[in-house]
Design a protein around this ligand. Structure first.
Ligand SMILES: N[C@@H](CCC(=O)N[C@@H](CS)C(=O)NCC(=O)O)C(=O)O
Length: 211
């Protein structure tokens, strides 16, 4: 159910999200992949229009934020793990062992790409004269280095739906949406093929930022 922040009901968990937020997209995908749509109410919030309401759930004023029985949970990796523990459905983050570290590292890589891409998007919204070409270049260089790492790791992504691949899907989706024309597929055919298949998942389609 979609609602606004004033109309929140008291029983379900509430996920404060913005439709174009890639961090919120991760959490929304976790809800969908785990079949938790009856347990989590989606509450649309624009962090730039309503920062005070969001600060009540996340002092940083950012989305996503989750509220469960009065408890506020943030940011996206914490929310995703919380939802994974709280819900039924497939386990998206292994509880221990090498598999857990692998998924967490992949999520960290994807979140780092997102942080860099988000910085570029925000920097480009400033006046031309105020933008730093040095930082934009540095952020892109980190993003492309991460794309290279994912291309090398592409075989390990195949057939997996977990917090790591969800984060990678959200990161690539955001870069394509906000920074089109990066041509990241060039020389990274395995990753491009994996992404094409992953992007066809219902949870990716339903959370497409272009919708
Ligand atoms: N590390 C945070 C990042 C969240 C974030 O930066 N969200 C953006 C929307 S994409 C936001 O709310 N920005 C508002 C602001 O920076 O004031 C997470 O993973 O949840």
């Amino acid at each position: 159910m979609k609602d606004d922040v004033e109309g929140m009901s008291m029983s379900k968990m509430k996920l404060l999200y913005a439709g174009t937020s890639p961090y919120a997209r991760k959490a929304r995908m976790v809800v969908l992949e785990k079949g938790m749509t009856d347990e989590v109410e989606m509450v649309f919030c624009n962090p730039f229009d309503m920062p005070e309401q969001i600060r009540a759930a996340n002092p940083l004023g950012k989305v996503p934020a989750l509220i469960d029985r009065g408890r506020a949970i943030y940011d996206s990796p914490v929310i995703c793990e919380y939802l994974d523990r709280a819900g039924g459905g497939p386990e998206l983050l292994p509880s221990d062992g090498d598999a857990r570290w692998e998924v967490l590292c992949r999520q960290a890589l994807a979140d780092g790409m997102l942080d860099a891409a988000y910085n570029i998007v925000m920097e480009k919204r400033r006046e031309d004269s105020e933008q730093s070409a040095y930082w934009i270049e540095r952020w892109w260089s980190g993003i492309f280095s991460a794309f290279d790492a994912l291309q090398q790791d592409a075989a390990a992504l195949e057939g997996r739906v977990d917090l790591g691949t969800i984060a990678v899907g959200a990161a690539i989706g955001y870069i394509d949406f906000r920074l089109p024309g990066s041509d990241w597929q060039q020389g990274r055919a395995d990753l491009a093929r994996w992404y094409e298949g992953f992007a066809a998942r219902p949870a990716m389609k339903e959370t497409d930022p272009a919708l």
